[in-house]
Design a binder for this molecule. Structure first.
Ligand SMILES: [Fe+2]
Ligand SMILES: [Fe+2]
Length: 300
């Protein structure tokens, strides 16, 4: 049995190395939001408790689906890297994709700062010789045991205060080719994407703009599971694959959220064997500062 842990939206904090000149425009607004709201809503202690639980669970693989930062600062990402290092999961067993907060300002997207720092977790098992040393081109693929993890980026510098995402036509084309690649035949194909690829909440300022095109790719090429973050709550939806086969689409709540039990800090573990998938959710308990299993569900 293969055990995959899914952690999302930790929103690490870390300002080491930042200078005042980095805080203008959208980042200044983000920083004000951080001071007023996020410090209260997202607690770094919860990430420590989660890391201890994750170590004890000893999953075979860890998938992180974005919003590792708040305002796309190197200090925030370094805090995430240190956390991954201490998680006990070896680098070749970790997949990382960015979220909208990791593309908070255009300059870091242009510099590919995220891809440089997280390169070890974005290797591509389908890359041709000569391509392997380059920073990630999305989607990347991790072939592990009976799994194929496909890391999609929906992270774009929105240029406004929106939190919307977009995959783009070129990446969608590559995604379809990957899902149909002979190397993936017979594998449990798990697509990782930050934004929910379905409409959960109204308002296009925070949704995936090309979700219909994504759904069309999956309708043609299929996948066995889609995992996402972004909405900071557990979510469940379905897309349709070839021949009407349902594809579960599951979002996990934020790993650091300090609110009530419905959305409190959590992560998921998927037990996968012979194509069967069991979803469990591990949720932080405020009374004991430990994580407990809150859900166990067999996916169709
Ligand atoms: Fe988030
Ligand atoms: Fe997000």
């Amino acid at each position: 049995m293969f055990r995959l842990a899914h952690v999302t939206d930790p929103h690490f904090r870390g300002f080491r190395g930042a200078h005042p000149g980095q805080f203008f425009g959208k980042r200044a607004v983000g920083l004000a939001n951080l001071v007023v709201n996020r410090v209260r809503k997202h607690k770094m202690e919860l990430l420590e408790d989660l890391r201890i639980d994750l170590r004890a669970q000893a999953p075979d693989h860890l998938a992180l689906t974005g919003d590792l930062s708040n305002v796309a600062l190197a200090g925030e990402w370094r805090a995430a890297l240190a956390w991954i290092d201490l998680s006990g999961v070896p680098p070749e067993s970790v997949s990382v994709i960015p979220g909208n907060h990791d593309a908070y300002v255009e300059a870091v997207v242009k510099d590919r700062a995220f891809e440089q720092l997280f390169a070890a977790y974005q290797t591509n098992d389908l890359a041709r010789e000569g391509e392997r040393a380059k920073a990630a081109t999305y989607p990347f693929v991790h072939l592990r045991d009976e799994l194929a993890l496909i890391g999609v980026s929906s992270s774009v510098a929105t240029g406004d205060l929106g939190a919307w995402g977009q995959i783009g036509e070129a990446q969608l084309g590559r995604l379809e080719a990957i899902l149909l690649a002979p190397e993936l035949t017979g594998k449990t194909r798990i697509v990782l994407i930050h934004h929910p690829p379905v409409m959960h909440k109204p308002g296009e300022h925070r949704n995936l703009r090309d979700r219909e095109a994504f759904a069309a790719v999956l309708a043609r090429a299929g996948a066995e599971l889609v995992l996402h973050g972004h909405d900071h709550e557990d979510q469940r939806a379905e897309l349709t694959g070839p021949a009407g086969k349902p594809i579960p689409v599951i979002g996990a709540g934020s790993a650091s959220y300090a609110g009530g039990p419905e959305r409190r800090a959590r992560y998921s573990i998927y037990e996968i064997e012979g194509g069967a998938i069991i979803w469990t959710s591990r949720v932080h308990d405020q009374a004991t500062d430990t994580f407990h299993e809150k859900r166990r569900e067999r996916l169709a």
